[in-house]
Design a protein around this ligand. Sequence first.
Ligand code: CP
Ligand code: NVA
Length: 313
Amino acid sequence: MAVRHYLQFKDFSCEEYEYLFERTRWIKDMFKRYVPYRPLHDRTLAMVFEKHSTRTRVSFEAGMHQLGGTVITLMTRDTQMGRGEAIEDVARVITRMVDIVMIRTFEQAIIERFAEYSRVPVINGLTNEYHPCQILGDIYTFVEQRGSIVGKTVAWIGDSNNVCNTWLQAGEVFDFNVHVSTPPGYEVEPERAGLYGTDHYEEFADPMEAVKDADLITTDVWTSMGMEAEDAERRHDFENWRVDIDMMRAARKDALFMHCLPAHRGEEVAAEVIDGPQSVVWDEAENRMHTQKALMEYLLLGRIKTQGELWST
Ligand code: CP
Ligand code: NVA
C-alpha cells in the first residue's frame, strides 16, 4: 500500500479530519489526566528544519515523547544538506532508519521531492506555500470553542501567505467561507494556494468589510520567513491591515481571534486584541501538540477502532 503523507491540508478528507479530532479529544484528555499513552514506543521521528521554529519543534518533540517514541532533530545547516547533498539522497537514507519525518523548508517542491523518495510518512511542518499542521490545530481549537466550523465565516487579514493558503484549502475541505483582505499586490493566488475553485473565498479591498459578521478573525506576520529583504516595504504596505479592536467589534459578538504565532504586537495585531478576551492564541498553540499526536498516530498505526480495544492492549 502507498505510504500516506501530510504535505498539504487537502491531502485528508473532511471525514478523516473528523476522525483525527475525535482522537485528539481522547489523546488530550489522557494527557490532562496524566494517563500514559505510549503506542509509538518503538518509533522514531526525524525532524528537519531549514527555518526557525519554537512551537512546531516543541509540539512535535513533546508529542512524540509522550507517545513513547524518540525524536531526532536536524537543523539543515549542521548536516550534509547544508553542504548541498541532494534531497532525494537524504530522503532515501533517513527513511531507512526512522519511521516518520517532519520537514520545515522553503518551496513545497522540496518536501514533495523528499516524499517521493521516502519509505515512511512525511509531514509538512511549514513550507513557503502551506502550513497544514497549523490549521489542523486551529480548526480543532475552533471546534473545541464553538462547535462545527461548517458554514462559518473566517476573516483573514494581511498577507496571502502559507497560513492563508492553508485556511483557503480548509474552507474547501470543510465547507466554510474565508473572507480575505490583503493590500493591493498581495492578493490570493488560487493556483499557488492549491484551490479547486473560488467559491469558498471572497476578497475584500477594505479589511473592515472582510470582518463583518465573521465568526473568527485571524492574521499572521507581515513578513514571513525567507521574505526578510521585503520587510521595510511590507511594513509600509500593510500599515492598514492591523487587526484592532474596531475590527473585532465589526465581527460577530462571539467572534474568536487566532494567530499562529510568533506575533508582533502593534504590527499585524493590536496588543489589546491578542491579549484580549476573544483571543484563543494560547489554546491554539497548545492544540498543535494534541492534534499532531493524533496525526502521527494515524499515519503510523492507522485507525484505532475503539477505546475498548485500546484499553485491552
Ligand atoms: N506557528 C508556528 O509554526 O510556530 P513556530 O514557527 O514557532 O514553529
Ligand atoms: N507565515 C509565517 C508563519 C510562521 C509560523 C512564516 O512562514 O514565517
